[in-house]
Ligand binder design. Structure first.
Ligand code: MLT
Length: 263
């Protein structure tokens, strides 16, 4: 589906009714990352998965920053006539969730932080972003997908579910080069969200794959230690896209969280 949200058209998927739950995908994927959550949780809540600006069916249009991505989500809520929602994100989607909290906290019922971190990029990470931007421009999204996919999935998934690794790779390879370079620049220049954590006073679920090597368990433990009352779930046998790698386990903890929130 597509909808005009603010000054651009966003692709999104929606399923179910009840408390709105917005799930923002990571880099360089698209809303299909959340298909198992839309299928599994639609009997319980109104699940909405947008394509981040530039990705999927959303317009490819600058500027690219965590703030504009977050404002796009707020415009999507306006367009769907939703006042408040649970906002969640995987990895880069988590960075966007932090920005959403800073800019639109009155619209947040709860937060879901999946395989993400609060810290900004180190100088070394920024240099790697620039190298990946050069790779994307020279060799296209397929080369970026090749570079990203092994780190994105856990070793158990790579051994037991090569078909899932292939589908993640295909999703990455479908991203427009401008979306990739824009998101890399946006991630490289994002602020440190560590000071934000102490301001979070809504129910917060943190989920991480035990085999996540991009945003390891230690990053989620740090989020858990700094967000008062938060709940941390570590999923065995999953890597950086834990929601796609262990969908039933992920849906179970997210379903419980949404259930408790509804009480
Ligand atoms: C993602 O999955 O969104 C990226 O790995 C995040 C990052 O590179 O920092």
């Amino acid at each position: 589906m597509k909808i005009v949200a603010g000054d651009l058209t966003l692709g999104y998927e929606e399923a179910g009714a009840g408390i709105p739950l917005v799930l923002v995908h990571g880099f360089p994927s698209n809303r299909a990352l959340w298909s198992a959550q839309l299928r599994g949780l639609s009997r319980q809540c109104r699940c909405i998965a947008p394509d981040v600006r530039g990705f999927g069916e959303s317009d490819v249009a600058p500027p690219y920053s965590m703030d504009t991505y977050a404002d796009d989500v707020a415009h999507l809520l306006d367009a769907l006539e939703i006042e408040r929602a649970v906002i969640g994100g995987q990895s880069m989607g988590g960075y966007i969730t932090f920005a959403f909290w800073r800019r639109h906290r009155d619209r947040v019922l709860g937060l879901v932080l999946a395989d993400t971190r609060a810290q900004a990029d180190t100088p070394d990470a920024i240099a790697k972003r620039h190298a990946m931007m050069a790779l994307a421009r020279a060799q296209g999204a397929s080369a970026v997908a090749d570079e990203m996919v092994a780190g994105s999935t856990g070793k158990s998934t790579r051994r037991r579910h090569p078909e899932l690794v292939d589908s993640v790779r295909a999703m990455y390879a479908a991203a427009p080069v401008e979306a990739i370079t824009g998101a890399l620049e946006a991630m490289a220049s994002r602020p440190d969200s560590t000071p934000t954590l102490a301001t979070i006073d809504v129910p917060t679920l943190i989920v991480v794959g035990e085999e996540d090597v991009l945003t390891p368990v230690a990053d989620s433990r740090a989020l858990h230690a700094s967000i008062a009352g938060s709940r941390l779930e570590i999923l065995k046998g999953a890597g950086h896209v834990s929601n796609a790698e262990r969908p039933a386990a992920f849906n179970h903890v997210l379903g419980e969280f949404m259930h408790e929130l509804a009480q």
